[in-house]
Structure formats: C-alpha cells, structure tokens
Design a protein around this ligand. Structure first.
Ligand SMILES: [Zn+2]
Length: 102
C-alpha cells in the first residue's frame, strides 16, 4: 500500500508492506504483487506492495500461490511511463525534495 507519512517538513508518500506494515525503505527490497483471483472483468486488480522474501511468501501462502509479481522498481518505472512523467522532471523534483527534507 501507499501511506502518507508525516516528516519534519510535511507529509510524504511511502510504500508500506501489505504484510508486515513496515515502510519499504528501498525499492530494491520490494515487489508489486497482484493476486490473480482479484482480477475483475475489466482485467484490473489492486496492487499490493510487499518486501521480498518472507513477506512475499506469506502473501503467496494466503492466495494459494496465485499471485503475480514484479520488482517494485519495475512497477515504479511503469507508473512513471504510464503517467507521462519525464525522467528529467523527476531528477529536478528529487533535488528539491531533498533540500526541503521530504
Ligand atoms: Zn514486509
């Protein structure tokens, strides 16, 4: 899931593990997971975010192994692409957010 977390200078969104409810601190530690039984007639389903390893295994067990997944980094790349965001804009924003402490 994505949750808003209050920081010193404001509120910022973070990926939070749908199994252990801890923040996924680094995209390299996470997966975007889609339980296949939840795909609706339009071909859509919610996306869960989990840590690799134990948390993903718990999710697989919960859904009897019928869970698709992609690396969280790949998921973010696809969101950026599908949202028509330019990578050069992201670098500018990242520099700004780091300066203001978000
Ligand atoms: Zn977790």
């Amino acid at each position: 899931m994505i949750e808003a977390v209050t920081k010193q200078r404001g509120i910022a969104p973070y990926f939070v593990c749908d199994q252990c409810h801890e923040i996924i601190e680094n995209a390299g530690y996470g997966l975007a997971a889609m339980p296949q039984l939840r795909i609706n007639v339009q071909g859509r389903t919610e996306v869960l975010h989990v840590h690799k390893g134990k948390c993903y295994k718990m999710l697989e067990d919960k859904w009897d192994g019928r869970v698709g997944s992609v690396e969280l980094l790949r998921h973010i790349e696809l969101l950026i692409h599908n949202s028509r965001v330019e990578l050069s804009d992201i670098q500018k924003l990242r520099d700004n957010y780091e300066q203001i402490g978000l």
